[in-house]
Design a protein around this ligand. Structure first.
Ligand SMILES: [Zn+2]
Length: 271
């Protein structure tokens, strides 16, 4: 599943090139997770302004209205002056005078949604519940601790929910909790201020590192149509069940939390 760093690198791969383009035609293939919400013909002639990101949504501002893109479980966006004929998994082509932005999405959990503006009811439904951006100045350790104090759920699930801080998906949550020395099953409200501060730093480090690695492979990534895998990060615990912890040699343990796999070191990560 594309996570925040992958979505940000996707944005960087085309945002500058599509800015100022005029939309010619929007071709829609098979239905995606949500309907577009407007007659595609009404978009012809509109101009693309900047492309921003909020959580895992790309916000493509137009001279009137905004297109929200989401990559879902398996989506990849690729912008090119000339695209080959659409394949069976290419479900959206946004054709402009500068090239075509194509959404390739085998599992079709992705979406393209039109809203008149970000205060539109539909936009608020999709974006309104999102927590702060982890890599912006708004992510503050004290506010983070205060928010965790309100939650009794296990810390990993609180991170995945995305309503305190966005973008900490399954892999990044496991890795950040390892860095911070916190057991993923620990109730969020039991995490002390210093531990919350360590977790805050670990989240920023893990996501920044993923962006850095993604940025360095930007060309490969934007060329790799349909292969929206994770960046090749050095994993400390994720997907390493049974292997020795790099810090203490204890075998990494794997558990299930809310249908998702969690990996941790039972020695280095304290409840
Ligand atoms: Zn360990």
């Amino acid at each position: 599943m594309p996570e925040l760093p992958e979505v940000e690198v996707t944005r960087l791969s085309f945002a500058d090139r599509i800015r100022g383009a005029t939309i010619g035609h929007l071709r829609l293939g098979k239905p995606l997770r949500w309907p577009l919400g407007v007659d595609p013909l009404s978009l012809t002639g509109r101009r693309v302004r900047q492309v921003d990101r909020r959580g895992k949504y790309l916000l493509m501002h137009l001279d009137a209205g905004c297109l929200l893109w989401h990559l879902g479980m398996s989506g990849a966006l690729h912008f090119a002056p000339n695209q080959p004929s659409p394949g069976p998994h290419d479900h959206v082509d946004l054709e402009t005078d500068r090239g075509t932005l194509r959404l390739h999405d085998p599992r079709r959990f992705g979406a393209l949604v039109y809203v008149d503006g970000l205060h539109d009811a539909r936009a608020i439904r999709l974006l309104g519940g999102l927590g702060v951006e982890p890599l912006g100045g708004a992510f503050d350790p004290l506010a983070f601790h205060a928010a965790l104090r309100q939650r009794r759920a296990p810390i990993k699930q609180v991170l995945l929910a995305g309503d305190i801080v966005v973008g900490v998906g399954n892999i990044y949550a496991s890795e950040a909790l390892f860095k911070a020395g916190i057991r993923p099953t620990t109730a969020a409200c039991r995490i002390s201020k210093p531990r919350a501060a360590r977790l805050h730093d670990a989240i920023v480090q893990v996501l920044s590192r993923a962006l850095e690695v993604g940025g360095s492979t930007l060309r490969d990534f934007s060329n790799a149509r349909g292969e929206s895998g994770y960046f090749q990060l050095e994993m400390s615990v994720y997907d390493r069940a049974g292997e020795p912890c790099a810090q203490c040699q204890t075998p990494i343990r794997q558990i299930r939390q809310g249908q998702r796999s969690t990996f941790f070191c039972p020695t280095c990560q304290k409840p």
